[in-house]
Design a protein around this ligand. Structure first.
Ligand code: SF4
Length: 435
């Protein structure tokens, strides 16, 4: 087993429940799909948990995926790497567990700053049935209290793209301390957010008088938030089904809300917490007035570009429904088809209610059939993974890479303009290229 270190990189209508797509039919497809595997989540998670390290137990293919997905290099100590399972490991000639122990020992000796180590499973580790949960337990015993060792799977057999974050956060839930018997009600924001966005939300929660707010994941391994029956949690991302289930097993209660994308989603998301804390309506309106006004101003020029344009979403990140809701209701785009890899009806109930009635929804994928539908519809803009975007561009169809929407800070009022610009840019570019 050898170690490949990866270089790190660097006037909107009020919220109305119209029952838009709550009971709408969903086209379910279970054919060939074109999505990244869950390893990709490491790209944003390694930036978020600053003293964690992600050790992928995989192949050179996994290492190459990570290196190319990570994109631009910066020069600092990497926080992820791939322990490559070599041919002799695959042939059973070497004890892979011994080799893994050696790699981990070398890594931790060289990097005393690591406080949490994730062993991340891949297709190769699953194929040889390497039991990473036992390996994590064994290594935790050896390195605690200095280093906690956890494991989850990012393999393409088990996970798509953003499900890697769900698997990672779900692995953290059993490690969270229990809240004390006298704990007051606390708010837990669940899902990795860029630090700048977390800070903006923290300020708004303070102004609303919600004092105890914690985040999962926390920025440091030592700041694991306590959880229990007094915990109310808000999902910041729509792809955290397993994490949510485990939090509820620990007694936490989810606050139903749309996701904090755009003005309407952010307002509804904050309002869910404000209502739970019985914040007066006038206080709520006063606190959000200034940032909402900034967002409204920022959206005006993008509405000119996007209004009336037709957009088609291929399934990729599970962000598709909240994004479609934002683009349709706040920017006037027409939704041709909104595909999502997985539709969690409970977590997305508020989003479904806000989507325009009659929106074509699809779940899962049969890529050739979906491409046929897309070509027939000739939308103005397609949101798709990298594998589909380039061929569609070659056919003259404008695209937006869905992966950019996960890497870019897009949540909250102050990012609403940036989020709209991500969709306006490919259309503006096309206009500029016209002679
Ligand atoms: S799909 Fe499997 S083999 Fe390919 S990069 Fe992901 S985990 Fe590695």
């Amino acid at each position: 087993m050898s170690l490949i270190a990866s270089q790190p990189v660097q006037d909107v209508p009020a919220l109305q429940q119209q029952g838009g797509c709550t009971d709408a039919p969903v086209l379910r497809e279970r054919g060939q799909r074109e999505v990244f595997c869950g390893l990709t989540g490491i790209i944003w998670l390694h930036r978020k948990i600053q003293d964690a390290f992600f050790l992928i137990v995989g192949s050179r293919t996994c290492a190459h995926l990570m290196q190319s997905a990570a994109g631009v290099m910066i020069f600092a100590e990497p926080r992820f790497a791939t322990a490559v399972i070599e041919e002799r490991d695959l042939a059973g000639m070497a004890d892979v567990n011994d080799e893994l122990d050696t790699v981990v020992a070398r890594l931790l000796a060289r990097r005393p700053d690591i406080r949490m180590l994730f062993l991340v499973g891949s297709c190769p580790s699953e194929v040889i049935k390497l039991d990473l949960s036992r390996a994590a337990q064994r290594l935790s015993k050896q390195y605690l209290p200095a280093v906690r060792v956890l494991n989850y799977s990012g393999s393409g057999i088990e996970t798509t793209f953003t499900e890697g974050e769900d698997a990672c956060l779900a692995s953290l839930v059993p490690e969270l301390p229990a809240e004390s018997a006298t704990a007051a009600t606390s708010l837990l924001v669940v899902g990795a957010l860029a630090d700048v966005i977390e800070d903006q939300f923290a300020r708004l929660f303070t102004q609303l008088g919600i004092d105890t707010v914690r985040y999962l994941p926390a920025r440091r391994a030592s700041e694991l938030p306590p959880v229990g029956p007094q915990t109310r949690y808000l999902l910041a991302q729509p792809f955290l089904a397993e994490t949510a289930r485990r939090l509820e097993d620990r007694g936490a209660t989810r606050l139903a809300a749309p996701f904090p994308l755009g003005i309407e989603g952010t307002t509804g998301w904050l309002k869910a917490a404000a209502d739970e804390w019985n914040v007066a309506a006038e206080t709520f309106e006063k606190v959000i007035a200034a940032p909402r006004k900034r967002a409204e101003t920022a959206l005006v020029r993008h509405r000119e570009t996007l209004s009336g344009k037709r957009i088609f979403f291929f399934p990729d990140s599970q962000l598709e429904l909240p994004l479609a809701r934002f683009l349709a209701r706040e920017l006037g785009m027409e939704l041709v088809e909104v595909g999502t890899p997985y539709l969690h009806r409970q977590h997305l109930a508020e989003e479904l209610a806000l989507l325009p009635a009659g929106t074509s929804l699809s779940e899962g994928q049969d890529v050739d059939r979906q491409l046929d539908r897309c070509r027939a519809a000739r939308p103005d803009l397609v949101v798709a993974g990298l594998g589909l975007a380039n061929p569609l561009e070659a056919e003259g169809i404008r695209t937006k890479w869905s992966i950019e929407l996960v890497f870019t800070p897009i949540q909250g009022f102050d990012q609403a303009g940036d989020l709209a610009e991500l969709f306006a840019r490919p259309l503006n570019r096309r206009e500029r290229l016209k002679v």
